[in-house]
Design a protein. Structure first.
Ligand SMILES: NC(=O)C1=CN([C@@H]2O[C@H](COP(=O)(O)OP(=O)(O)OC[C@H]3O[C@@H](n4cnc5c(N)ncnc54)[C@H](O)[C@@H]3O)[C@@H](O)[C@H]2O)C=CC1
Length: 490
């Protein structure tokens, strides 16, 4: 058994300003970060202010495992670990040997030695991941009790996020392009939690400690060294992205609720006014924190394109045990102030093509589809946009009036409600398969938003009718993370 603390002299990346401080985080440890986030954010908000401290990795993956909102999934980018022509000087990985692009000839031979070792660990712990997660957090809170305040009081659904994000990053170790994009977004998103570079060594140490404890069959000095290299790179990418972001963006935005419209007993359209300009694109999402559940963040897609008055809207459905969603639907009212994290996701319109847009929105998944339609309208170039709006019942088509209004205003837009469960037996239409009754879709890009099952089945359906997967966009729910159950996201 290898114990993380026995390898304090493991490879480190040091810098004059980034060494471990005397605050108990990673002192004398490894994974030393290069960049230090400034104590005071660009907007003057002090990330050390206990009022404003945010949980470190606890929601590490607002990007990582909250299914649909994880990060927008665009098909695998061309860049990968095997890209032979990568510009080494622009390498955001800091030139780690772990992520060194391999020549195509060797890349073709399969995963790197480190990736093989990491995958073996992951395979061993997968059946007992619950235990490993608990042990990991026990280590974090025991060894670094000062980190406890950064996590929500109740860890329930938050519990495995940080750990899953770390494992996810490890799992995709060889896919440099996607991993860098994922980790950069993760690093930027962590600013709202008050995460500092000095926190990373502590988390890394506990990660290795938990893995060493539970992956005893496959653990070895080589495996440990592979994980250390991986984590060093992972944290460096996140730290660098956060430091860069800090130059021009606040860690979070305060936003006042200016309108709260109940559409059904459990769905509300919430409109907020951010305290300063909030740049985003239609199709993206933001994480929201309410005053009632500090440090609990959930992601919601914007239901509007950027507006001249700067207001933002979200469609929120109160789900069972959904702390944030229930608060937003049943408690929030004009005058309340919530917090917004930075925008995330890449389910955005590609304006470089004239392809039509085939949009599938299921339930509250219609929100970002409406935003995409608005952006196409504002862009001015007429492209066919075909929206299929899936709901279980007529009652659940809570936004059909708005969508139909948009359809009347734009000749290039068609909106088709698809109701899957009707009173009359056999009267419902299957969604998303309903698109098969129309088409052809080969000159369309597809945008999917809704429950994970709908997205999976939608992707299968669309690939089946000939839309190549690189032209199908949706927010990822499994790409870099353990799939959430419907209770882990709102
Ligand atoms: N960017 C995104 O992808 C967004 C995703 N969402 C997610 O959308 C979901 C909305 O929930 P509800 O409004 O309760 O939707 P819902 O459960 O009522 O389903 C909406 C539609 O999807 C279909 N559907 C559901 N599960 C399916 C499956 N396994 N296979 C095929 N079709 C399926 C239903 O038949 C219905 O037509 C939530 O999970 C929410 O997190 C919400 C907003 C944005």
């Amino acid at each position: 058994m290898f114990e993380a603390r026995q390898i304090m002299d493991a490879p480190t990346t040091t810098s004059s300003d980034g060494g471990s401080g005397g605050d108990g985080f990673g002192s004398g440890s490894w994974f030393t970060p290069v960049h230090r986030l400034h104590e005071t954010a660009a907007d003057g908000r002090n990330s050390q202010d206990p009022q404003h401290r945010r949980d470190d990795g606890r929601e590490q993956s607002a990007a990582a495992d909250d299914s649909w909102f994880t990060r927008s999934h665009t098909p695998p980018p061309a860049a990968s670990a095997s890209a032979p022509d990568r510009d080494a000087t622009a390498d955001p990985t800091g030139g780690s040997p772990y992520f060194q692009p391999r020549p195509a000839s060797t890349a073709d031979r399969g995963p790197s030695p480190d990736a093989i070792l990491i995958r073996r660990t992951l395979e061993e712990i997968e059946p007992i991941s619950d235990k490993v997660t608990s042990y990991f957090y026990a280590l974090v809170f025991l060894r670094y009790p000062q980190l406890r305040d950064m996590f929500p009081v109740a860890m329930d659904t938050q519990r495995d996020r940080l750990f899953k994000a770390l494992l996810t990053a490890g799992r995709h170790a060889d896919d440099t392009g996607r991993l860098t994009e994922y980790l950069s977004q993760l690093g930027r998103g962590h600013r709202k939690y008050g995460t500092l570079p000095d926190h990373y060594p502590a988390i890394g140490e506990c990660l290795i400690g938990a893995l060493a404890q539970y992956a005893s069959r496959t653990w070895s000095a080589e495996t440990e060294a592979a994980w250390v290299r991986a984590y060093t790179t992972i944290s460096q990418i996140m730290i660098d992205a956060a430091a860069q972001d800090e130059q021009h963006t606040p860690p979070w935005w305060e936003a006042e609720v200016v309108a709260h419209e109940r559409r059904t007993s459990d769905i509300a359209v919430v409109t907020v006014r951010p305290d300063q300009p909030y740049p985003f694109r239609a199709g993206q999402y933001a994480s929201l924190e309410t005053p009632w559940w500090p440090r609990v963040w959930r992601n919601y897609s914007f239901s509007c394109a950027p507006r001249p008055d700067g207001l933002l809207s979200f469609h929120v459905k109160a789900v069972p045990a959904g702390w944030v969603s229930n608060a937003l639907v049943h408690r929030a009212s004009p005058g309340d102030v919530i917090r917004l994290g930075p925008p995330g996701g890449s389910m955005t319109v590609d304006h470089s093509t004239d392809n039509g847009l085939l949009c599938l929105g299921g339930g509250t998944g219609i929100a970002p589809i409406k935003a995409l339609v608005e952006e196409v309208a504002e862009h001015g170039r007429q492209r066919p946009v075909e929206v299929f709006y899936g709901a279980r019942s007529d009652h659940d088509l809570y936004d059909i009036d708005t969508m139909k209004r948009l359809e009347r205003a734009h000749s290039w837009l068609s909106v088709r409600p698809v109701v899957s469960e009707r009173r009359e037996i056999g009267a419902g239409t299957r969604f998303p398969q309903a698109v098969l009754q129309y088409g052809p879709w080969n000159a369309y890009d597809a945008y999917l938003s809704g429950p994970p099952g709908m997205i999976r089945s939608g992707v299968d359906t669309l690939v089946g009718v000939g839309i190549p997967s690189h032209r199908i966009r949706h927010d990822a729910f499994e790409e870099f993370a353990g799939a959430g159950t419907s209770s882990t996201y709102e």
